[in-house]
Design a protein around this ligand. Structure first.
Ligand code: SF4
Ligand code: SF4
Length: 387
């Protein structure tokens, strides 16, 4: 295996290939968990666009699951964490003392990634993994709104004793995709221009190695065509080649329809992008299970009310700093948070003034301007609809 840099782990790691694509720009998104209402509008927008055909009935490229018990496929994260634990008992630890703002913002991960575990166990595979059962794929919203058990001990605000939260999931268009690494046909590739990870359907022979290897279980097998399919990041919209976009790059379907305005899309590796600000500068948005080692490119602002230990396992040791920043936001962060869901255009850069947040498209043209503090409008007495 090659040695590649993984900034989320704060170290180099083993990966079957040299960097799969020197992405000029990297497709990326931030999801603010605190704002999601689990309406599933994103889920249905994706389904009605891409997976409405025969053979795709159980295929949900976007799903929103209730944590800690829900999951699509069921138990996907617990099962991968258990495999890592089996490979290296007690080893999934971070060294916070080795923090370095540029190269190791969360410290250094000392445990094994899915690639390193496969290497250590001499599995002959690119990554450890498993193929979910049909039963596990069949109940996409199992345990919706199911909370942890009631505790009579009370809570320590902001952490609640009884809690659940919604986790919005799409393919992470990883920098080191396990799906790509595992494919014996080299049917999966990462585009140089935007880092989007795609399956070449003419090369795929349905071996399901990608389904097995993706730790997020975001590649799905279609029984009637016998090939793998996955989220394509609505690439015609991102390119501006979809007729609806009139030539201008736009955000994906799931991001554009979001009722809670929890989603923002952009280029994580471009200094001017609001995503770069949230991930690299403010460090308020964190990767999902960074310890898996794929360097995922969807980031999350963690939920404020959930016990920290659970969040640290899910988002790594950056959780405490992220929540401290979110609870006491800077003026710039407040402004960037207002840009979430403010436009369907893909924002390449932004500007925050004293009272407004301004977004610019990929040609540098202003496409949205919103107030940082929304005005409060009080109905005059003659307009009241209750008396
Ligand atoms: S549309 Fe937005 S608010 Fe509704 S479930 Fe999806 S992410 Fe959550
Ligand atoms: S989330 Fe899974 S399917 Fe998507 S790029 Fe990463 S490894 Fe591949």
């Amino acid at each position: 295996m090659a040695k590649v840099p993984n900034w989320q782990l704060g170290r180099e790691m083993s990966y079957p290939y040299e960097k799969p694509a020197a992405a000029g720009k990297q497709f990326s998104a931030v999801f603010n968990i605190n704002r999601c209402i689990a309406c599933q509008t994103c889920t249905m927008a994706c389904k009605s666009t891409w997976t409405f055909s025969q053979g795709q009935e159980f295929m949900w490229w976007n799903n929103v699951e209730s944590k800690p018990y829900g999951g699509y496929p069921q138990h996907w994260d617990m099962k991968t964490l258990a495999l890592l634990e089996e490979a290296d008992p007690g080893g999934q630890k971070w060294d916070a003392g080795k923090k370095d703002p540029a190269n190791a913002p969360y410290g250094v991960y000392n445990g094994l990634t899915v690639f390193e575990a496969a290497e250590q166990l001499k599995t002959g595979q690119a990554a450890i993994g498993y193929i979910p059962t049909d039963q596990e794929w069949s109940v996409p919203n199992i345990h919706e709104d199911t909370s942890t058990v009631f505790s009579a001990q009370g809570g320590q605000i902001p952490e609640h004793q009884t809690w659940f939260f919604y986790l919005q999931r799409i393919c992470n268009h990883c920098s080191y995709p396990a799906c790509l690494a595992s494919c014996p046909r080299k049917a999966i590739y990462k585009r140089e221009e935007d880092g989007i990870v795609l399956v070449d359907q003419s090369r795929c022979r349905g071996y399901r190695k990608c389904v097995e290897a993706c730790p997020y279980k975001k590649v799905m097998y279609r029984g009637n065509t016998r090939i793998a399919e996955k989220c394509i990041a609505c690439y015609p919209r991102v390119e501006g080649t979809d007729p609806l976009t009139e030539g201008e790059p736009m955000v994906t379907r799931c991001i554009s329809v979001c009722v809670g305005k929890i989603r923002l899309q952009g280029w994580v590796n471009d200094e001017k992008s609001p995503i770069n600000f949230l991930v690299h500068k403010e460090k308020v948005a964190l990767p999902l299970y960074p310890q898996f080692g794929t360097q995922p490119n969807v980031y999350y602002i963690p939920p404020r009310w959930v016990p920290r230990q659970y969040l640290r396992q899910m988002f790594g040791p950056g959780v405490d700093e992220a929540l401290a920043k979110y609870a006491n936001p800077s003026h710039e962060l407040l402004g960037v948070l207002q840009l979430f869901g403010a436009t369907q255009k893909l924002l390449a850069s932004y500007e925050i003034t004293e009272d407004e947040a301004i977004g610019f498209n990929t040609s540098g043209r202003e496409v949205v301007r919103v107030p940082i503090v929304e005005p409060v409008i009080v109905r005059p007495p003659e307009r009241l609809n209750i008396t």
